[in-house]
Ligand binder design. Structure first.
Ligand SMILES: *[C@@H]1O[C@H](CO)[C@@H](O)[C@H](O)[C@H]1NC(C)=O
Ligand SMILES: *[C@@H]1O[C@H](CO)[C@@H](O)[C@H](O)[C@H]1NC(C)=O
Ligand SMILES: *[C@@H]1O[C@H](CO)[C@@H](O)[C@H](O)[C@H]1NC(C)=O
Length: 602
C-alpha cells in the first residue's frame, strides 16, 4: 500500500473519531423520550378464532358439528359465543347438523389423533376445548381481549402480536376462504383497536402485528408482493404500521415499528417468505426473491439502528428452525442474529404452540473464522425441526417426542464454556388457541438508560464496556474495511493490491459484543399467563388468566440474555426434576399431554 493511501486511511480514522463524538450528542438529545414508560410489553400469538366453533360440537368435527343429537341444535348465535363485531355467519347449521361425521372421517382429517386414544366424541365447551385440535370459539377470543383490557392496558408499553388470527384448515366440510380469513383478521384488528384505545394525547400504544401461515389462503402460500393480500393487511393494520413503513409492508409484509422513539424498535418479519412450505417463493439466495429482499432490508435496518445506538426485537410467526426455513433463509437469519447481537435483544415467535426456547446456530459450524459463511453439519439427526402443525399433529405422540428428543440433544450439547456471543436464543411463546391451554406472555425490559453517564464508553461505543481498546480497534477496522470495499469498487489498481487480503471480497465479520444487560430495552424477565379452560367451562365464567410461572422466580433467570438461557438449558438437561417442570410448562399444565412424555423423561 502506498504511503499516500495509508495516510488517507489514517485520516479516515481521525474523521471517524469526530463522527462518533457527534453521535454522542445526538443520542443524549433523545434521552427525554422514555418518560411515561412502564417497562413491560405483551406478547400474544396464535389466537385462531373460529367462526364455526359450536358449543357442544364434537372434536372429530373440529368442534364444528353437533353429532347424533338433533335435540341439542343451537337456535341462536349465543352458543357460538359473543363477539362484539357482527361477523357474517356463512354456515347453514341445519345442513351441517345432518352431516354425521365419524371417528373414521376424523382419522382422515388429522391422522394420528386416534392412535393415542384422544376421544373423538368429546365435545367442546362454551369457551373452548383444551388439549384438542379445535380452534378458539369467538367467546374465547373475546374473553381474552377483555381480560387484557381489564388487566394489562395501562401497564404495558407496546404489544407484539405474532399472527394466525383465523382458524386452521382442518375440516373438509367447512373449507376456508380468503374472505373468511380477511373477515376474522379484520374483526381481530378491531378488537385490538378497541382494547388499546387512543389516550387523551391522541396516541395509542404501539401494536405490532405479523402475518401467520393461516392468515392467508391457501395456508402457507404467499406470493411476492405487492398484491391483494398485503393490500388488505395494510388497510386493516393501518393504525399499527407506521406511515413511513407502508410501502415496505406493501412490498414484503414486513416493517419496523419504533416502539420507543430513538431507543427501541420492533422489526416485524414476514416469515412466510422464509417458510419451507411456501412453494410460491424460493428462499433467500437469489437476488430477486422476496426472502432475500427481506433479509437485505433487515440487515440494513439493523445497521441503521446500530448507528443510532438503538436496540431491537425481531418478531415473527414461524420461528427460525432448520426444518421450517429454507436452508438459505435459515443460514442468513443465523448470520444476522449473530452479527447484530449488539442491536438485537430478543427473538420472539409463535406458531409452534409449545412453550420453549432454542438456540441458533444449531448444528451449524463456522467454516473458518475469516469467511462469514456457515454450513450445516452432516449429521441430519441432530437437526431441530419445528413442531409444525402441518407435519405433526400436536397430539401425535411420535412427532412431539422426536421434537423434544432433538431439543434435549441441543440442551445437552451446550459446552460448559459456551460463549454467549456464539448463540442467539429464540423464544417461542405458546398460543391462545387451546392446543393445550390458552396463554399470553408479559415481558419486562430495562428502562434505566445505561448510556446516561457522560463518561461512560457505552455512550459512544455501544458494547465496548468491557474491552474498550479492542473494541475501538474493531470498530475502526470495520469502518476501514467498509471504506476499502468502496475503494475496491472504484479503484482497480488498489483493488489488485489489496485483493490477497480480502479473498473473494469476503470480509471478516465484525464481532460486536452482545448488548450489555444495562442497555435500555434489554429483556429482563417474563410472566407466563394461562387459564384453565376446564374450570371456565364448568363455571361458565369467562376465563381469567393467571400466572403460570415467572422466569426470575421459577427459573432463577437474572435476565433473558443468552448467557442466562445457556445456563438454564444446561440445568434442564442435567436436572430431572427441573426438566419435568419445564415439560409441564411446555404443554401449559396439561396433565393428559404430559403423561405421554414418559419416554422422553426416562
Ligand atoms: C353416533 O353416530 C354414530 C355413527 O352413525 C354411531 O355409530 C354411534 O353409535 C352414535 N352415537 C350415539 C351416542 O348415538
Ligand atoms: C383445571 O381445572 C380442573 C377443573 O376444576 C381441575 O380438575 C384441574 O386440576 C385444573 N388443572 C390444573 C392444572 O390446575
Ligand atoms: C363443560 O361443562 C359441561 C357442564 O358442566 C359438561 O357437561 C361438559 O362435559 C364440559 N365440557 C368440557 C369440555 O369440559
Amino acid at each position: 500500500m502506498s504511503g499516500q493511501r495509508r495516510s488517507r486511511i489514517l485520516l479516515l480514522g481521525a474523521a471517524l473519531t469526530c463522527c462518533l463524538a457527534v453521535a454522542t450528542v445526538t443520542s443524549a438529545a433523545s434521552q427525554g423520550s422514555s418518560s411515561g414508560l412502564v417497562g413491560r410489553f405483551l406478547h400474544i400469538t396464535d389466537i385462531h378464532p373460529d367462526e364455526h366453533y359450536l358449543d357442544g360440537a364434537t372434536v372429530s368435527t373440529s368442534c364444528h358439528t353437533i353429532l347424533n343429537n338433533t335435540e341439542d341444535v343451537p337456535t341462536n348465535n349465543l352458543r357460538k359465543g359473543r363477539f362484539s363485531f357482527p361477523l357474517k355467519q356463512e354456515q347453514d347449521e341445519s345442513e351441517s347438523i345432518d352431516k354425521v361425521l365419524t371417528i373414521q372421517d376424523m382419522n382422515i382429517i388429522r391422522p394420528g389423533l386416534m392412535d393415542i386414544g384422544i376421544n373423538g366424541n368429546a365435545v367442546g365447551g362454551y369457551y373452548g376445548l383444551p388439549n384438542t385440535i379445535c380452534d378458539s370459539p369467538l367467546a374465547l377470543a373475546d374473553a381474552t381481549l377483555s381480560w387484557i383490557d381489564r388487566n394489562l392496558v395501562g401497564s404495558i408499553d407496546f404489544v407484539v402480536w405474532t399472527g394466525d388470527n383465523a382458524r386452521h384448515d382442518s375440516d373438509n366440510t367447512h373449507p376456508r376462504t380468503q374472505e373468511q380469513i380477511n373477515q376474522m383478521n379484520d374483526a381481530m384488528a378491531k378488537k385490538f383497536l378497541e382494547a388499546f384505545p387512543r389516550g387523551p394525547d391522541g396516541k395509542r400504544i404501539p401494536v405490532v402485528p405479523c402475518i401467520g401461515n393461516n392468515d392467508i389462503y391457501p395456508h402457507n402460500i404467499m406470493y411476492p408482493g405487492p398484491g391483494p393480500v398485503l393490500q388488505h393487511y395494510s388497510q386493516i393494520w393501518s393504525e399499527f404500521i407506521p406511515e413511513d413503513q407502508i410501502n415496505t409492508f406493501l412490498r414484503g409484509g414486513y416493517y419496523m415499528s419504533e416502539v420507543v422513539p430513538g431507543k427501541l424498535s420492533v422489526l416485524a418479519l414476514n416469515t412466510l417468505y422464509f417458510y419451507i412450505h411456501n412453494v410460491a417463493v424460493d428462499g433467500c439466495h437469489d437476488k430477486d426473491e422476496p426472502g432475500t429482499e427481506q433479509m437485505d432490508w433487515l440487515e440494513e435496518e439493523l445497521k441503521q439502528l446500530r448507528k443510532r445506538n438503538m436496540v431491537a426485537y425481531l418478531v415473527g410467526h414461524v420461528p427460525p428452525e432448520t426444518k421450517s426455513y429454507t436452508k438459505s433463509c435459515h443460514s442468513r437469519y443465523t448470520k444476522i442474529a449473530l452479527e447484530f447481537q449488539d442491536v438485537i435483544v430478543g427473538h420472539l415467535y409463535g406458531h409452534a404452540n409449545i412453550d420453549h426456547f432454542f438456540f441458533v446456530p444449531q448444528n451449524m459450524k463456522k467454516k473458518n473464522n475469516f469467511l462469514e459463511e456457515w454450513e450445516e453439519e452432516e449429521e441430519e439427526d441432530q437437526a431441530l425441526s419445528v413442531m409444525d402443525e402441518d407435519d405433526h399433529d400436536p397430539f401425535h405422540l411420535l412427532g412431539l417426542s422426536s421434537y423434544l428428543q432433538t431439543l434435549w440433544k441441543q440442551y445437552n450439547s451446550i459446552p460448559k464454556n459456551a460463549k454467549p456471543s456464539d448463540y442467539a436464543v429464540i423464544q417461542v411463546s405458546p398460543s391462545v388457541v387451546p392446543t393445550y391451554q390458552p396463554t399470553m406472555r408479559v415481558f419486562t425490559y430495562e428502562l434505566a438508560d445505561g448510556t446516561t453517564s457522560s463518561v461512560d464508553t457505552e455512550d459512544y461505543l455501544p458494547g465496548c464496556k468491557d474491552d474498550v481498546m479492542n473494541c475501538v480497534a474493531d470498530i475502526i477496522e470495520q469502518e476501514l474495511e467498509d471504506y476499502i470495499t468502496v475503494m475496491l469498487d472504484n479503484d482497480a489498481e488498489l483493488a489488485s493490491e489489496l485483493q490477497p487480503m480480502y479473498k473473494n471480497g469476503h470480509k471478516k465479520p465484525r464481532a460486536y459484543p452482545p448488548a450489555p444487560v444495562s442497555t435500555f430495552g434489554y429483556p429482563l424477565s417474563y410472566t407466563q399467563y394461562w387459564t384453565n379452560l376446564t374450570l371456565a367451562n364448568e363455571s361458565l365464567m369467562p376465563p381469567q388468566f393467571e400466572i403460570e410461572y415467572q422466569t426470575r422466580e421459577d427459573y432463577g433467570l437474572q435476565h433473558l440474555g443468552v448467557s442466562e438461557y445457556l445456563a438454564l438449558a444446561r440445568r434442564i438437561a442435567k436436572n430431572k426434576l427441573l426438566k419435568k417442570e419445564y415439560l409441564k410448562r411446555m404443554v401449559v399444565q396439561s396433565e393428559n399431554a404430559l403423561v405421554q412424555f414418559g419416554d422422553v423423561l426416562a
